[in-house]
Design a protein around this ligand. Structure first.
Ligand SMILES: *Cc1c(COP(=O)(O)O)cnc(C)c1O
Length: 409
């Protein structure tokens, strides 16, 4: 096709990239731009951030495994033996014995027939979801699901329905509706986060799985924040509810949180894993992990299996901190996990609280609209297994002083 375009005078003078600066400046004006803080040392509960020593309460490194000696040694040994890169995608020459061992170890840990790793968790969701469902299907999703699920759903051409957050009754209605109006759907996929990252509450996966079974739906859980936290030895939400992969067909997660490394993964049946690796474009067309990552992640599974104290310490700190915050009158919402929101209402209050805490040596981030509703702005505390009671007490003391100053408590 030939377009005939009438060019306005002076078009050549126009800068085609002018929108970049303009749109960025608009974000700055609305205070919606991200300002990066620089961590000048390891990801540990106390580290140097922008030149200042702070307690970090906004990391996903719940168990402190990013600096665990066994993981570091495994990574160093792998570099010595294999070098630093894998050289290819998994399907060509990028599958090393370490990648296979990691998947065997993960499957065993998850009590699944098989597991598969992806470069990241985002890529697991965005690569697999659009393969599981297509234009003859429907996906039913919790309204607060993670952005990588939302992108995976957008990449599929399936019909979409959303149920109210963690509301199994509403899910039942949505599933009934789907069945009534469209008996022709080929497949139904119900998808939920395991632990919700802004509120720290847990999906009622037992009820979701039961409803799924009644409607012949596949169940997919994204357990990024439940792994290393919930269940027997930190096995995650499927273990937490005593479920199996017959009921929860896709257990997805990431090594980038409690495991301390990086990489998405799924666990379930043999058939699921073979399907997934043959179909997910993010698996087929993106290179495999450097050997050091695979080796360190195997070591992380070793640590979870042999050193139960890390998960125990995480919960001890979580319970201690949450109780102290609640006793001071802070609103911790529906938190059931080491993700502890401190809900303050207006966004400028959340920002002020975070700024003041940072000045006093505590690093937390404010979470404001559009990440949460306008009147539910908060700071989000993420607990860490390696913090001491003295350190937690000092945080609580600072929160009390600043909370009173800002009229939050
Ligand atoms: C962090 C996160 C992801 C993405 O995992 P990455 O491995 O960091 O890409 C996916 N889902 C949820 C719920 C997450 O919290």
């Amino acid at each position: 096709m030939v377009f005939s375009v009438r060019l306005f005078e002076g078009y050549k003078m126009r800068d085609p990239t002018a929108f970049l600066e303009k749109e960025y400046n608009e974000l700055v004006e609305k205070a919606l731009d991200w300002r990066l803080k620089e961590v000048q040392g390891p990801s540990e509960p106390v580290s140097i951030v922008d030149g200042r020593e702070v307690i970090i309460l906004c990391s996903n490194n719940y168990l402190g495994l990013t600096t665990h000696p066994k993981l570091k040694q495994a990574a160093l040994d792998a570099v010595k033996k294999y070098g630093v890169g894998s050289g290819a995608v998994r399907a060509i020459s990028g599958t090393m014995d370490l990648h296979m061992e990691l998947e065997r170890r993960l499957a065993k840990f998850k009590k699944a027939e098989a597991s598969l790793t992806y470069p990241t968790g985002f890529m697991a969701n965005s690569g697999l979801i659009p393969q599981l469902i297509g234009n003859e299907d429907i996906i039913v999703s919790d309204e607060l699901n993670h952005g990588s699920i939302i992108d995976g759903v957008r990449l599929s051409r399936a019909d979409r329905a959303v149920y109210r957050h963690n509301d199994a009754e509403h899910l039942a209605e949505v599933l009934d509706e789907a069945e009534k109006h469209s008996p022709e759907y080929r497949r139904i996929l119900v998808i939920t986060d395991g632990v919700f990252s802004m509120d720290g509450d847990i999906a009622p996966l037992d009820e979701v799985a039961k409803l799924g079974a009644e409607h012949g739906a596949m169940i997919y859980v994204d357990d990024a924040h439940g792994e290393g936290v919930l269940g027997d030895g930190g096995r995650g939400i499927v273990s937490h509810f005593g479920l199996t992969h017959k009921e929860v067909h896709v257990e997805m997660g990431t090594f980038s949180k409690a495991y301390g490394t990086i990489g998405g993964h799924i666990s379930g049946s043999d058939a699921l894993v073979k399907f997934a690796w043959n179909k997910s474009r993010t698996w087929l067309l993106s290179s495999s992990h450097p050997p050091a990552v695979a080796a360190a992640t195997i070591a992380a599974i070793d640590v979870l299996e042999t050193e139960p104290q890390h998960v125990r310490n995480l919960w001890r700190n979580t319970d201690y901190f949450k109780k102290a915050a609640q006793e001071l009158g802070f609103n911790t919402g529906n938190s059931q996990t080491p993700i502890i929101p401190i809900i303050v209402g207006e966004s400028h209050k959340a920002k002020a609280l975070a700024d003041r805490l940072y000045e006093d040596g505590v690093f937390v981030v404010p979470i404001v609209f559009p990440m949460v509703a306008r009147d539910l702005a908060r700071i989000r505390v993420q607990m860490h297994a390696k913090l001491t009671t003295e350190q937690l007490d000092s945080v609580i003391e600072k929160m009390e002083t600043i909370g009173r100053d800002l009229d939050i408590i």
